[in-house]
Design a protein around this ligand. Structure first.
Ligand code: SF4
Length: 269
């Protein structure tokens, strides 16, 4: 494995790695303290709005390949937190991701996760780890619609059942670190009823919502406008839901959410 390219924008720093078999993956340094790393070459979930899973799954990363995304850049940037949120579904390469988690923890780093929550048995384990945050991708509270947006992420019903069970035994402090991630897509899941349903689900689970804007990477999907985004935020707040908003780092052209790509040639900024 080698670091092939290191590119900076005003906000983010994108690292392109080449693996022993010629495959390429990416990691992003953002927020001045966080390194977002990949766990797979591609992704089997197949979200139609995401570039990372466009070519399906090629293979899992080895433990060494997961860790080296940090080791190869630790002298270049000041990493305090690892976000396991790059290319791949971490729960689908769970044993290695778990080992990497403990490796990073031993170095004193905070470790947070973005996941679809599938496979569900691994989500149970993840919730019990001493993590620094988990965002669970919901994107719709309707089973059929969610299946279109996250085709291979398992059933929403099962996810909610498991969340209810697991959250009933975690401390309030730990519960605050878990959120439902909701990517607003114009005309898809942004109606008032969609947001009311999201608010009711979040309230019943006692979870906050991470409200994400779309980096328009795939033609068929569009970001909502500012007004719709603000209205969704206010509606959720009116139900007493804590809401984390999309940050500029997540929307940056370099390394924004959903923009990481497998096997990219050299990147032009
Ligand atoms: S959004 Fe996440 S889970 Fe969906 S295809 Fe992309 S990397 Fe996979």
């Amino acid at each position: 494995m080698r670091l092939l390219q290191d590119l900076s924008s005003n906000l983010n720093r994108l690292f392109l790695f080449e693996l022993y078999d010629g495959n390429r993956i990416e990691a992003v340094f953002y927020r001045g303290d966080t390194l977002c790393i990949s766990t797979q070459v591609g992704c089997a979930v197949g979200c139609p709005f995401c570039l990372s899973g466009k070519r399906g799954i090629l293979r899992n990363l080895s433990l060494e390949e997961i860790i080296n995304q940090y080791e190869f850049v630790r002298d270049k940037v000041s990493v305090k937190r690892i976000a396991i949120a790059g290319i791949g579904e971490p729960l689908m390469n769970w044993e290695r991701v778990k080992s990497a988690f403990w490796y990073f923890k031993k170095l004193g780093l905070k470790v947070s996760f973005y996941t679809t929550g599938h496979p569900i048995k691994n989500l149970r384990e993840l919730i019990r780890l001493p993590h620094a945050g988990i965002s669970i991708s919901i994107h719709s509270t309707e089973e059929e619609k969610r299946k279109k947006l996250l085709p291979h992420a398992g059933s929403l019903r099962d996810l909610i059942v498991v969340l209810r069970e697991e959250l009933s035994v975690v401390s309030q402090r730990k519960r605050k670190k878990i959120s439902l991630a909701y990517l607003l897509l114009k005309g898809v899941n942004d109606s008032t009823q969609d947001i009311v349903n999201l608010a009711k689900l979040a309230k019943s689970l006692g979870l906050s919502v991470t409200l994400l804007r779309y980096n328009s990477t795939v033609e068929d999907y569009e970001d909502v406008d500012d007004k719709t985004y603000e209205e969704a935020f206010l509606l959720l707040r009116s139900y007493g839901i804590r809401v984390t908003l999309s940050t500029r780092f997540r929307e940056d052209k370099l390394g924004g959410c959903g923009t990481l790509v497998v096997n990219r040639d050299f990147i032009r900024c």
